[in-house]
Design a protein around this ligand. Structure first.
Ligand SMILES: [Zn+2]
Length: 194
């Protein structure tokens, strides 16, 4: 008896809710749902003026490769900052892997490696990808693994789909994830420069 009552109550609720749901869907433009899925990450190049064009080229490569996240340069209020300088441990990305953090471009590495590959690779960390130095040149996150002759600055299909799935739900509401500093340690370069 009470079960039957609950069931009919649920049906009544479903009927009552239907006009609201379809009303919302009709009101929203057809393209609204797709646009809502894209998260914008704002980045600043003011701390890395030497590499601004390479940074923008690397960001454009990502923007042309993925659909769920978009990188846009902005002078203030950026969650991602690019910086430059000298660090004996090389370039790094200090990031939560979800759009926030600092990318440092080391001058010595920038003289050896393709600059757009460096910036696109570091940006890959900020989008959530780990290093995979043993990968081929066609893989962006193989970084310095394939050596300085590798100038590919585009993510491969696996990297694109990984980033798209990581960003499928937009920005994480819970931003408690700590930032981690990922150094580009490049033993291959050390051998080559001796
Ligand atoms: Zn890396």
């Amino acid at each position: 008896m009470s079960r039957k009552f609950l069931l009919s109550g649920a049906i009544a609720l479903a009927f009552a809710a239907t006009p609201l749901i379809s009303g919302t869907a009709t009101a929203a433009p057809a393209t609204g749902q797709q646009a809502a899925a894209v998260t914008t990450v704002y980045y600043s190049t003011s701390g890395a003026p030497t590499f601004r064009s390479a940074i923008n080229a690397g960001a454009a490569n990502w923007n042309n490769s993925v659909t769920n996240v978009k990188l846009v340069e902005r002078s203030s209020g950026a969650s991602l900052r690019y910086t430059e300088g000298n660090d004996p441990r090389g370039s790094y990305a200090q990031t939560d892997g979800h759009g926030s953090g600092t990318i440092f471009i080391d001058y010595a590495q920038a003289q050896q490696y393709d600059n757009t590959r460096i910036t696109a690779h570091e940006t890959g960390h900020v989008l959530g990808l780990p290093d995979h130095y043993s990968g081929p040149c066609s893989e962006l996150m193989s970084g310095g693994g394939p050596g300085p002759s590798c100038t590919n600055a585009l993510p491969n299909s696996q990297e694109r789909s990984r980033v798209n799935s990581l960003w499928a739900n937009g920005l994480r509401v819970n931003t408690a994830a700590p930032q981690q500093r990922i150094y580009e340690e490049l033993p291959v370069l050390a051998h080559r420069t001796r």
